[in-house]
Design a protein around this ligand. Sequence first.
Ligand SMILES: Cc1cc2nc3c(=O)[nH]c(=O)nc-3n(C[C@H](O)[C@H](O)[C@H](O)COP(=O)(O)OP(=O)(O)OC[C@H]3O[C@@H](n4cnc5c(N)ncnc54)[C@H](O)[C@@H]3O)c2cc1C
Length: 448
Amino acid sequence: MPTNVLTVDYLIIGAGATGMAFADVLVSESGSTMAIVDRNDAPGGHWTISYPFVRLHGPSNFYGVNSRPMPSDEGKGNLASRNEILDYYDRLMREVFLASGRVTYLPKHQVDETGPGHPATARAHSLVTGETTEIVVRKRVVDASYMNITVPAMGRSAFDVEDGATLIPINRLAELDRSPERFTVIGAGKTGIDACLWLLGRGIDPDRLTWIVPRDAWLINRDLEWQAGDIQPLLDLQACRSAGEVIGSLEEKRVIIRRDPDVEPSAFRCATVDTGELAQLRRIKNVVRLGRVLAVGATSVTLDEGTIPTTPETVHIDCTADGLTQKPLRPVFEDGAITLQPLLPCLLPPSAAIAARVECMDGDDEWRNDLCTPVLNPGASRDLLSFYSIRMERMARWSRSPDLFEWLVRSRFVTAIAGLERMGEPEAQGAAALLASHLEELLKTDGA
Ligand SMILES: Cc1cc2nc3c(=O)[nH]c(=O)nc-3n(C[C@H](O)[C@H](O)[C@H](O)COP(=O)(O)OP(=O)(O)OC[C@H]3O[C@@H](n4cnc5c(N)ncnc54)[C@H](O)[C@@H]3O)c2cc1C
């Protein structure tokens, strides 16, 4: 097979939301050249294969890239649809990145290896022709695929499916051409919620629906997220004396909500609903809490803690996915490499844009890593404390770097970082730092 050779300043592996947000800042704010390589045929990462009715669940202005608003930025409750998201990234690639003359885009290419050295050499091959491209990288290899997100359409079900059972990925729900006897939704994250809301929205009687909920999770109340600039409800957490009190206070202020008033959630995965959606979800009464599914059979579903009956005519919908992975943390900036990870829990695109901005600023990697310490995405309900403490700590930290702070305040993502604009005031900065250390202290001392 012939080998092509390409020389660039940066190689960006992955044209998902993370890679696009990083590239956007480099294109707008540096004169660098770059290659963006992705296995998929279009930019947008998992959105290219997600179910047709998926939408952002957080506000659109927390998402996308810095240089360009998303089509639904201004509309309250107007969450960008999959088509809007894909169109946004497609246009960005064509109208901004490729038009700059500094970006080489290799769709349907897989990066197989990246070597060390200055310049480093990486190898990618076309998934269509098999041709290899050798990429000489003068500055850094940027891994925008490290978080390794999975969606059901990737077909990686974590359980067995026995003969006679009907299991479909959520993607096939919209393709149904007959009405089955019953539906069983497997999974209670954002994807499971979407499946339930879609079925209810299409008029299914909740009695024909079973929802397998491995763990109840706290949900972010989208009604309040639009008022993100108001951090007073968070600053009030300074008075709390235990992790439980913090969670109770957040619930009392309706910052977080639970699906079932009688069940204490043990998880928190940043899934977001509004109160109308919550009311819909509460119509589902057949909620199964027996842990994770191990096997789906024709007449029974086996779970960690028991079995439930089912029928061959029941359509089971696989909504198990990891859209918010917890990968081992590593430095974002290393010699010749950048590994993009969340700098704010759950907020990958703003995190990637911030890392790119810091890359464009003068300083060494120790200084860059100090501004860009990666964090884990949340998993358990206690992670609500770190979710808010990290936000406070980051605001205080970033406001001490005047160049970065000024950029952030002018950036499109300013509303995603609640209260950031107030961080120019020393009292607000002090209050944020104090709350961050208070919440961290509670996490250390309160094992509950
Ligand atoms: C259904 C769903 C809805 C979500 N909604 C929201 C939301 O509303 N708000 C929010 O903030 N977050 C949301 N998330 C979280 C989401 O994970 C991130 O927002 C973001 O889209 C992740 O993008 P990414 O670029 O990191 O990963 P991906 O979208 O997975 O992109 C990674 C890309 O890297 C490519 N790649 C990987 N390895 C290689 C290789 N070796 N060679 C070439 N290419 C490679 C892949 O093909 C892929 O295109 C959602 C997640 C899911 C699953």
